[in-house]
Design a binder for this molecule. Structure first.
Ligand code: TXA
Ligand code: MG
Length: 305
């Protein structure tokens, strides 16, 4: 069943029940080579799942769990190859939301929880998004309102030294580095091996996404005009006061410049515009620091041809 978290909605199943785990892959249309995150509710549960927790992993877990952080660690034999896509590591996260924490406690075991979208689509930040994507293929959707963060967790491989960020997410690189020193960011390189899920086109609406630089009014206006001249139905998502002045109307959305709030509304806005049947969505980028780095990562992937 689908459940809320502070990042995005997840599709849950008992991590030790392989039939249930198989159904999660089926419902999402997810390739079998893309491993799942095991969600836990207390650090005690790590003993069954994790073979060895490195010192920096412990520090991160203490500081940021429950929260938008996923740790990649060496796994025990209790965790099936199906969950980890045959890797010798497992991804673990303790969500900061009372619903999954209660579910896990009641079950007494970890639950797998990929984002509850169809593979390749933007992650769901409301129960309605889950319904739109997975209606008919999940038994139950728990609705706890919109997700507070609106972007997925940050995935950190702590088996490497220095640790490596495999997916930028709701916990910023800056906060991680304040605690454990410098980390590598490997979201673009060697993706095929490291974090299979980030390899595929991702986070993408059906409409084509075109990305323009933050505050670049000239380029924005030019791209907009070009697309219209080609007969395209064009929507826009902007955030700076400069671009907000260019147009208005149903297909034109202005998000706040505050990155926390922009993040919360980003996937939702892309889905809403997509539902209007547009051909193209032009999106204004953001400065690449803090959560801005995560937002730009998602926008770049969404705009991959
Ligand atoms: O915020 C989140 O993390 C959400 C909520 C529901 O918890 N879940 C989520 O799961 O985003 P999913 O499956 O959509 O993304 C998990 C990412 C994928 O990119 C996957 O490839 C990577 O984590 N991953 C999982 N296990 C891994 C492993 N053992 N090694 C490297 N990457 C792994
Ligand atoms: Mg996902």
């Amino acid at each position: 069943m689908a459940f809320p978290t502070e990042t995005v909605y997840g599709l849950g199943a008992d991590a030790l029940n392989l039939d249930a785990v198989k159904k999660v892959f089926e419902a999402k249309g997810r390739p079998g080579d893309n491993p799942l995150i095991v969600h836990i509710a207390s650090s005690k549960q790590l003993d069954d799942i994790v073979d060895e927790m490195p010192e920096k992993g412990k520090l991160l877990a203490e500081a940021f769990w429950p929260g938008p952080l996923t740790l990649v660690v060496k796994r025990t034999i209790l965790i099936s190859d199906l969950v980890t896509a045959n890797l010798d590591t497992v991804a673990v996260r303790m969500p900061n939301h009372p619903v999954p924490l209660a579910m896990i406690q009641a079950l007494g075991e970890g639950i797998v929880g990929p984002s509850a979208n169809l593979s390749g689509r933007p992650s769901p930040t409301t129960a309605q998004h889950v319904y739109d994507d997975l209606r008919g293929s999940v038994d139950l959707i728990l609705d706890a309102g919109p997700a507070a963060i609106g972007l997925e967790s940050t995935v950190v491989d702590v088996t490497a030294e220095p640790p490596a960020i495999l997916r930028l997410g709701g916990l910023t690189r800056e906060r991680i580095e304040e605690l454990i020193g410098s980390v590598e960011v490997q979201v673009g390189i060697d993706r095929a091996k490291r974090s299979p899920g980030t390899r595929h086109r991702h986070y993408a609406p059906r409409a084509r996404v075109l990305l323009v630089k933050s505050g670049d009014v000239e380029n924005f206006a030019r791209v907009l005009q070009e697309q219209r001249q080609h007969g395209k139905r064009v929507g826009c998502v902007v955030n700076s006061s400069l671009l907000a002045k260019v147009e208005s109307g149903q297909y034109f959305r202005v998000l706040p410049t505050s990155l926390d709030i922009l993040a919360r509304y980003l996937f939702r806005t892309l889905r809403e515009l997509d539902a209007l049947g547009l051909d193209v969505i032009i999106v204004e980028g953001v400065p690449e620091e803090g959560l801005g780095a995560t937002i730009m990562d998602r926008l770049r992937r969404a705009s991959e041809p």
